[in-house]
Design a protein around this ligand. Structure first.
Ligand code: SF4
Length: 440
């Protein structure tokens, strides 16, 4: 748990110089305690105090990154046991395994690259490719890592407990910050050496939680993932829960993200196991399937669990063109709550209507809620009409508003000068509304 404002205040210079933008050191301490400021905003804090505050305020689960560039995967920084307490921060990374004994490695990687799904305007995909050294042959493992790396942008998890084989694979893939998976009681020193050499994250596997804690302490390395060694689903679940609980109590050896393996030979059971691990704290879950029918449920479950309950899903508030609209086509106004926007878009599209949609930024809330909360107002709608560029696209000055907010029409007309047509209360009525009212 974080420090209180007063505990932080004791470590600050107490000069009230205001350089941090706060009127007093105490005010700054309060901001820090609530996570609204960061310590580096005070230029005068001593190194000793900085160290004390940094370690005390460090998140209970360290943030560890795999890969580089756009597809980099960051995991950790979690602060709660239950999503409704705050939110979960970094969605479970889904890794698909490729064995170095597979006949068509490039073909499997091509199938993995296609596991990308569009859901209400957001793109979701798997995140990593796990290259598994099933052959026991270092050269084969390195060759597989090379083939995978050349054929995907997803970061790699290199799975082998043979330090020599891992060394060979890292020679070809080590520059891209792969996850080294990994270390155990018998190879710890050699794996740590490799991890340090490539500055890469490392999985530490224990034979149970006690050994795991001991190995982490011995490792003395900070870019870690944890594996309790359990492979039976009930044991994995128990260990995952225990690791998160202890991490939140600031038991430092368990303050790292975890890796789990859902490799049951029965594909349905593997999906069930993976879903349990996603629900219960897995940093990474490794699965074998490339079937979209297996992956889509997992990705949807992950989305449900990791969506911030305090933050509605919103689309960008800008001008959207549906079909191939011209200067005479209709202009619809709605809100930027994703489900509202995509209902309107879907009904405009299914009515084969060419038109423009302007989702006003209501912080992602729906039409009636936005109106009641003062976020879907004539002023905001007018601003959108004036600044979105729609006025340059159409030659008319007619805007269609949702039927539920008919009461806004007079004021919108007064502020914008646009004629306001009150559309249907439900977007499903748009096609018949356009047939009857547009151009009539
Ligand atoms: Fe206090 Fe530091 Fe802020 Fe100055 S910059 S008021 S010393 S917290």
């Amino acid at each position: 748990m974080g420090l209180t404002g007063l505990e932080i205040f004791k470590q600050l210079p107490k000069t009230n110089c205001k350089d941090c933008g706060q009127p007093t050191c105490l005010a700054f301490a309060m901001q820090l305690a609530s996570g609204k400021a960061s310590l580096d905003q005070c230029p005068h804090v001593s190194d000793a105090a900085k160290e004390a505050l940094d370690s005390a305020s460090a998140p209970p689960v360290a943030l560890v990154k795999i890969g580089k560039g756009e597809k980099e995967v960051a995991l950790g920084n979690e602060t709660v046991l239950f999503r409704h307490d705050k939110r979960f921060e970094h969605p479970t990374g889904i890794a698909i395994s490729v064995k170095d004994t597979d006949d068509d490695i490039a073909g499997k990687v091509a199938a993995i690259n296609k596991l990308v799904f569009d859901r209400v305007g957001q793109i979701h995909s798997v995140n990593l490719v796990a290259v598994v050294n099933t052959s026991g042959d270092g050269a084969k493992f390195a060759a597989a890592a090379k083939t995978v790396q050349e054929n995907t942008e997803f970061p790699l998890v290199l799975v082998s407990e043979d330090a020599a084989a891992m060394g060979s694979a890292l020679e070809v893939a080590g520059a891209n910050n792969p996850l080294i998976c990994g270390a155990n009681a018998s190879n710890l020193e050699a794996m740590i050496e490799l991890a340090k050499k490539y500055d890469a994250p490392l999985v530490v596997k224990g034979n149970g939680l006690e050994e795991l804690a001991a190995l982490v302490e011995k490792a003395g390395y900070k870019k870690l993932f944890l594996d309790s060694g359990a492979r039976e689903v009930n044991k994995v679940l128990a260990d995952q829960t225990q690791i998160r609980r202890q991490a939140l109590k600031k038991f430092r050896p368990f303050g790292y993200p975890t890796i789990t393996f859902a490799d049951n030979a029965d594909p349905i059971q593997a999906v069930v196991d993976a879903s349990i691990y996603i629900a219960k704290y897995a940093g990474i879950v490794v699965v074998d399937s490339t079937d979209p029918a297996d992956l889509l449920p997992l990705i949807t479950l992950r989305l449900n669990i990791y969506t911030d309950p305090q933050k509605p899903i919103a689309v960008e508030s800008k001008l959207y063109e549906i079909g191939t609209p011209g200067p005479d086509d209709p202009v619809f106004v709605t809100t930027n709550f994703s489900l509202t926007y995509f209902n309107v878009q879907g009904d405009v599209e299914s009515g084969r209507i060419n038109g423009y949609i302007l989702p006003v930024d209501t912080d992602g809330i729906s039409v009636m809620t936005g109106w009641a909360a003062g976020k879907f107002t004539p002023e905001k709608i007018t601003e959108m009409l004036n600044t979105s560029g729609v006025a340059d696209k159409v030659s008319h000055r007619k805007v269609i508003i949702p039927g539920g907010v008919a009461v806004l029409s007079g004021k919108i007309n007064e502020l914008s000068g646009w004629e306001v047509l009150v559309g249907p209360r439900e977007s499903g009525g748009i096609p018949s509304f356009i047939k009857q009212r547009w151009g009539a």
